[in-house]
Design a protein around this ligand. Structure first.
Ligand code: FES
Ligand code: FE2
Length: 437
């Protein structure tokens, strides 16, 4: 097994690109990151009534997130206990049961096995159905409409686990009293590049935006506008805490919102919203880019939610939602949906810039010699502030690798800590033999 400390030196701010290409590291991530972190599953608005479900993934494991008959939200592994086929092949819908399309084992909304074809002739009625339900995700909890799940039954509550990043999340989720909803379905696409390239960039990288996205920004700017002043004021901050992080410019007047066009700018800087959030959060963090460790990201000013599902070391599957305030008019909601698609949809002006970079960057990293050359994560090192008067977490300039270093600090900590013996997800545990649920 590869020595992680040899490849990740956050005190010096250098990393080897082996962490983006190595198969053993990838398998360890599935075990030690994805089988015990809180992962974003769905938004509550996608599950309006009993039997509503969405299919998603936790790492590479398919799961069904479902509104049960008692109104609670649960999640189960989408894999039949007979031969392992998915019991739900739809992305989204409403149902009373999940019936496996291979041999017809049928499960209730909470995962219990409720019927088995040919029970009498085939199993001689000897199958103990109570032992063969779908595997339940032991903890599913919501934070302001966002539903998270973890395989770690003893994980801290999700709100505690989110920690300081709620400071940024709240600018997105708590703008108006009615909360939020997702609209327009989910956009999904597969892209070359390790999942961490995207997660790290959304946490920590405003640095690329002016150059890489120059033409995208110009296409949004009003006639004759000075972009360097409007979108990129010289002062900004970046925070990191518990692996999560985000960055923003200080924009106390909301001047940068001109790129949204008059209708969306008026919604973005609505005085009622700014008053509710307060001067500190509204005057910068509201427009943040951010990642909730490990693979859930959002862009405040674009109303975009993201999950970077890992698909082997070299690919990721991107899922993208538009999130709007429930209390807003249908016209404004739809305008946000179109704006989010135009900029950060799969063919979005900004999205294509980033996707091309990650795909190409990953190709370079496959090179044998390239893997012997370290990467630089030193921007702003030694200039962190941990007692900022306004912002929680560890703060640095918006142009820094502060949040990237924070992301890999958490990554390294989890990667070096084995799962508890017998814990679900532990490669050495014979999970599924001793218990069936
Ligand atoms: S695999 Fe599901 S019923 Fe056989
Ligand atoms: Fe970008």
């Amino acid at each position: 097994m590869i020595d992680l400390d040899e490849h990740v030196d956050l005190e010096r701010g250098v990393m080897s690109r082996r962490v983006f290409v190595d198969d053993d590291i990838y398998r360890l991530e599935l075990e030690r990151i994805f089988s015990r972190s809180w992962l974003f599953l769905a938004h509550e608005s996608q599950l309006p009534k009993s039997g509503s479900f969405v299919s998603t993934y936790m790492g590479e494991d398919p799961v069904i997130v479902v509104r049960r008959s008692d109104g609670s939200i649960g999640a189960v592994l989408n894999s039949c206990r007979h031969r392992g086929m998915k019991v739900c092949r739809a992305d989204v819908g409403t149902t009373r049961v999940f019936r496996c399309s291979y041999h017809g084992w049928t499960y209730g909304l909470d995962g219990d096995l409720v019927s088995v074809p040919n029970m009498a002739e085939g199993y001689r009625n000897e199958l103990d159905m109570s032992r063969w339900g779908l595997l339940r995700v032991p903890r599913v909890e919501s934070y302001k409409g966002l539903v998270f799940g973890t395989w770690d039954a003893e994980a801290q509550p999700v709100e505690e686990a989110l920690g300081d990043i709620t400071f940024l999340l709240d600018t997105f989720l708590d703008r108006r009293p009615g909360g939020t909803e997702v609209i327009g379905g989910v956009q999904k696409w597969v892209m070359g590049g390790n999942w961490k390239l995207a997660a790290e960039q959304f946490a920590s990288d405003m640095y690329h935006s002016f150059l890489l996205h120059a033409s995208a920004w110009q296409s949004l700017a009003p006639e004759g506008a000075d972009l360097s002043e409007m979108v990129f004021p010289s002062v900004g901050s970046q925070m990191t805490s518990q692996g999560s992080g985000g960055g923003w410019f200080h924009d106390p007047t909301g001047a940068g919102s001109a790129v949204l066009g008059p209708m969306l700018a008026a919604d973005y800087t609505d005085p009622a919203v700014w008053e509710r959030l307060g001067e500190v959060q509204a005057g910068g963090p509201i427009g943040c880019h951010a990642t909730v460790f490990p693979n859930f990201s959002f862009l405040g000013a674009f109303r975009v939610l993201r999950v970077w599902h890992p698909r082997g070391p070299h690919e990721m599957e991107v899922w993208s939602w538009t999130l709007v305030d429930k209390d807003q008019s249908p016209e404004i909601k739809d305008a946000w949906r179109r704006f989010a698609s135009m900029t950060f949809g799969p063919t979005g002006t900004f999205e294509q810039d980033d996707g091309e970079i990650w795909t190409d960057l990953q190709r370079v990293s496959r090179g044998h010699i390239a893997q012997t050359v370290d990467l630089n994560y030193q921007m702003g090192i030694g200039h962190e502030v941990t007692d900022h008067p306004d912002y929680p977490g560890r703060i640095n300039h918006v142009y820094s690798d502060n949040a990237a270093r924070g992301f890999y600090e958490r990554w390294l900590e989890l990667m070096k800590t084995p799962l508890r013996p017998g814990q679900r997800g532990n490669a050495t545990a014979r999970a599924g033999q001793e218990v069936t649920r």
